[in-house]
Design a protein around this ligand. Structure first.
Ligand code: CAA
Length: 382
């Protein structure tokens, strides 16, 4: 049975995260977006709170917390600044988490403490220019050469690329293309390794303070000791990691949606003297529907996070959380824009930023269509 009552420590950290977001993130988010500024300062503050190693065990310098708490913190960070939110989420969910779940003791000792302290940031390199949704169709290679693997290929849409100290890179360790997913292995690639070359940051519609690059691997020699998990098990690691990452992006959608609802409600309250706005039933329906959908999304997020904490299967539940939260939030930000009218897109209102930021939550870490495939397969499997 799953208990949805938060414990006093969970409530306390949620309050702390809310206050941190209001005090430190909300005021800077417009500038970070406008200037496409990588959120170094916010990340330093998150590191000081121990939140760059939320899941990392305490004896390795982390906060030693669970996935539900990660979601509680993540909603608040993303409510404050989605550019900071995705950088933080990739670091915790796509890099620290697979190291915790699949790394050996030596790898954990070498990488988790500096990741938790924020001395290095993490990035996750799965997608390629020719393989997005069909991730197993990747063509990057890792050829064994003595105590090393030699990596070649390019990886696309890499969040935090260029600012990361450590990349988790997936590549084929067997040349037979018919092996598909079974030929893929995972590697811990330090940014300083010769041949690990991030390209310039791509210009983006939203979450513009985060960096997104193509990562080029040119005869990049990676010690065999940096293979994460067994040879040929990389795709399992990639998918298991994305189960957690999708909870993270669902959480991001939740945070953006809540920010849009809060802004819409604040504006309606400010307009209390104008019955056409405050007492308008269509406006009231919009905010009522948004609040209901956000609560439903929140419960899906918490359920998936709890199942992951309980080490129970949660692949379709994570996909449902991401599908529902991102779809709902896109509707909510559209409605918030409609409610505010043309003023929402002129000058310094946050509505158009929420609109631009929300769209990506339906695309990265698996599109909505991929989430539906994952959910349908879980229903249809014999
Ligand atoms: N956990 C562990 N193992 C899993 C798994 C999971 N959740 N899902 C599948 N696997 C295993 C399967 O058991 C299977 O293993 P065996 O062959 O040993 O039985 C193997 O993986 C292959 O599984 P499938 O046959 O289901 O794989 P598929 O090729 O049909 O692909 C897919 C399935 C769901 C479509 C997958 O390709 C997918 O998720 N695509 C989307 C990729 C994606 O989300 N990319 C996001 C990139 S990251 C990003 O956006 C980062 C960023 O920086 C923000």
């Amino acid at each position: 049975m799953i208990d949805f009552t938060l414990t006093p420590p969970q409530e306390a950290i949620r309050t702390q995260a809310r206050e941190f977001a209001d005090g430190e993130l909300v005021p800077n988010a417009p500038r970070i977006d406008r200037q496409k500024e990588f959120p170094h300062a916010n990340l330093r503050k998150l590191a000081a709170l121990g939140w760059l190693g939320v899941l990392v065990p305490r004896d390795l310098g982390g906060a030693g917390l669970d996935n539900l708490t990660l979601a509680l913190i993540g909603e608040q960070i993303n409510r404050g600044c989605a550019s900071t939110g995705v950088t933080w989420s990739v670091h915790n969910s796509l890099v620290c988490s697979p190291l915790i779940r699949h790394g050996n003791a030596d790898q954990q000792r070498r990488y988790l403490p500096p990741l938790a302290r924020g001395e290095i940031l993490g990035a996750y390199a799965l997608t390629e220019p020719g393989s997005g949704s069909d991730a197993a169709a990747m063509v990057s290679t890792a050829r064994r050469d003595g105590d090393f693997y030699v990596l070649n290929g390019s990886k696309a849409f890499i969040t935090t690329g260029g600012n990361a100290g450590l990349y988790i890179v997936f590549a084929r360790t067997h040349p037979d293309p018919s092996l598909k997913a079974k030929a893929i292995s995972a590697f811990l690639v330090e940014a300083t390794y010769p041949g690990c070359k991030p390209g310039p940051s791509d210009a983006k519609m939203g979450i513009r303070g985060s960096s997104t690059v193509t990562l080029y691997l040119e005869d990049c020699r990676v010690p065999a000791a940096n293979r994460l998990g067994e040879e040929g098990k990389g795709f399992h690691i990639a998918m298991d990691t994305l189960d957690g990452g999708r909870i993270g992006i669902a959480t991001q959608a939740l945070g953006i949606g809540q920010a849009a609802l809060d802004a819409a409600v604040a504006w309606m309250r400010e307009s209390a003297g104008d019955p056409a706005i405050y007492e308008s039933q269509p406006n009231q329906w919009r905010v009522a529907e948004a609040a209901t959908e956000l609560d439903a999304a929140r419960l899906l997020v918490w359920r998936a996070a709890l199942l992951r904490d309980l080490k129970q299967p949660h692949t379709p539940q994570a996909a449902m959380a991401k599908l529902f939260a991102s779809t709902s939030t896109n509707r909510i930000v559209r409605d918030a824009l409609a409610l505010r009218g043309e003023a929402a897109i002129i000058g310094d209102t946050p509505f158009e930023r929420f609109f631009r930021d929300a769209r990506i939550t339906e695309l990265y870490e698996g599109t909505s269509e991929i989430q539906k495939i994952v959910i349908a397969r879980s229903l249809l499997k014999p």
